[in-house]
Design a protein around this ligand. Structure first.
Ligand SMILES: *Cc1c(COP(=O)(O)O)cnc(C)c1O
Length: 435
């Protein structure tokens, strides 16, 4: 089908192909359908993280303060709310918060949830199959040399734009696995350097994430001792991300933030393949039901999840098929084809998706430093773009007067200072041009 025919059939494709900022409202939102994952799946993942907490403390001492649970704080963003609503000329009732996954231990990104979860699940299964571990053991023993020896007979491989490779690479190498990360051209040099310094085998590609993951998957399939963690379709990644919701429920209660019909929760998440925002949204809908509504944000040059969902073709279509270049400053979102799972699980659970011009995330990155003294990577600020776009649609359908808004900040802690300064300068220049 050529682009003109395709656009006639799916009007939104015309805007997407033209790199125009647009908002897609999900027509299937709220319908009752089996999404293929259950509450039991989510609680199983949560229990596994808990079993591994003693291992985390033993292997990663920086997690001792949180007793081996990898979790991030919720920050109120009054100054940022005043700044962006003033500059972008809009307003919304309710409080704005940041879910600071940029502060998550180990990878400094949301990938510490899904990526690390899947590595732990693989390690647990091997150790139990070899009769070296039972579920009631103190898992700190997995940090002992005999387990390092055991895992050294196995490989873990993954394709990544950067952060997934970081989280998986660091934990898999620590456990003793032969670890290979296939990195796309978007991956930042410092992420490759960090991984190599931890003994991870980094394979670099001149091509896109799609090429890196496809080749990585093929190579791993040739060796039965290698586990390939598949960002384009792994349920375990999804569930690892989803556990965030169970933790957030307690965080909100402890901060006296109600979530009910009169106090809806709106969550804004950046999407690459759709795994981290999809898994998180699945978790949130499981915990908060009809009182939570999630919106994704994607770059205008890489609107992979919205293209897949709006056309119903999901992973069968990529942004390259409609003539886009797939290039963005938001390197964590530089993924041209959505995961096979995201569109399927999100079909009835996702409110909508907004696309943003790269300039916006550079501006938000600078504004977060100026107003809140918080350093994020550009990808991690995409939620602010979706927040602005979604307000008229949300206000039409929900009781927004006492709403809580959470922009999910997906990464930043490990970004080198020179990179932060570069991003800040670009953002500041763009902001100055608007004055
Ligand atoms: C990976 C990543 C995302 C998006 O996650 P997907 O699972 O690819 O949708 C968003 N922000 C950052 C910083 C990331 O590293």
């Amino acid at each position: 089908m050529d682009l003109a025919e395709f656009s006639a059939k799916y009007p939104i494709v015309k805007d997407l192909a033209a790199e125009k900022e647009t908002f897609w409202l999900n027509p299937d939102y709220g319908k009752k359908e089996d999404v293929g994952l259950t509450q039991a799946d989510l609680f199983d993942a949560s229990a596994r993280f808990d079993r591994f907490a003693p291992y985390m403390v033993a292997a990663f001492p920086e997690t001792a303060a949180s007793k081996g649970i990898l979790e991030s704080p919720l920050h109120k963003l009054d100054a940022m709310k005043a700044e962006i609503t003033g500059r972008e000329h809009y307003d919304f009732p309710g409080d704005l918060y940041l879910k600071a996954d940029n502060e998550l231990p180990i990878s400094g990104s949301i990938k510490s949830r899904g990526g690390i979860y899947e590595v732990l699940k693989i390690a647990e299964k091997i150790a139990i199959d070899k009769h070296m571990l039972v579920y009631r053991d103190d898992y700190s023993k997995l940090n002992e040399p005999e387990f390092h020896d055991l895992f050294s007979h196995y490989g873990i491989a993954v394709g990544s734009t950067g952060n997934l490779g970081l989280s998986i690479g660091i934990v898999a190498a620590k456990l003793g696995f032969n670890t290979t990360v296939h990195m796309s051209m978007d991956a930042k040099q410092w992420k490759k350097d960090t991984l190599r310094s931890k003994g991870v085998n980094v394979v670099e590609y001149d091509g896109s994430f799609t090429e890196a993951i496809t080749t990585g998957r093929k190579l791993a399939a040739q060796d039965p001792s290698v586990f390939f963690i598949d960002d384009e379709g792994s349920k375990d990644l999804f569930l690892g991300y989803g556990v965030a919701a169970i933790r957030l429920q307690k965080q909100l209660r402890d901060m006296n933030i109600p979530v009910d019909e009169d106090h809806p929760l709106f969550v804004y998440l950046p999407a690459g393949v759709g795994g981290s925002p999809g898994g998180t949204t699945f978790g949130l809908k499981t915990i908060f039901g009809d009182n939570v509504h999630a919106v994704f944000a994607e770059p205008t040059h890489v609107p992979s999840v919205v293209l897949g969902m709006a056309t119903g073709l999901n992973a069968k279509i990529s942004v390259y098929d409609i003539g886009l270049d797939g290039l963005t400053e938001a390197d964590g979102l530089a993924v041209g084809r959505p995961s096979r799972l995201a569109g399927k699980v999100m079909k009835t659970l996702l409110f909508g998706i907004g696309t943003f011009d790269d300039s916006r995330v550079m501006e938000y990155t600078a504004e977060m430093m100026d107003t809140q003294d918080i350093k994020l990577e550009p990808s991690a600020t995409a939620g602010f773009a979706a927040l602005r776009q979604a307000q008229p649609y949300l206000a039409k359908q929900y009781n927004v007067q006492n709403a809580t808004h959470i922009v999910w900040a997906t990464g930043g802690m490990l970004v080198p200072e020179s990179e932060h300064q570069r991003n800040y300068k670009i953002g500041k220049q763009l902001l100055d041009q608007q004055k």
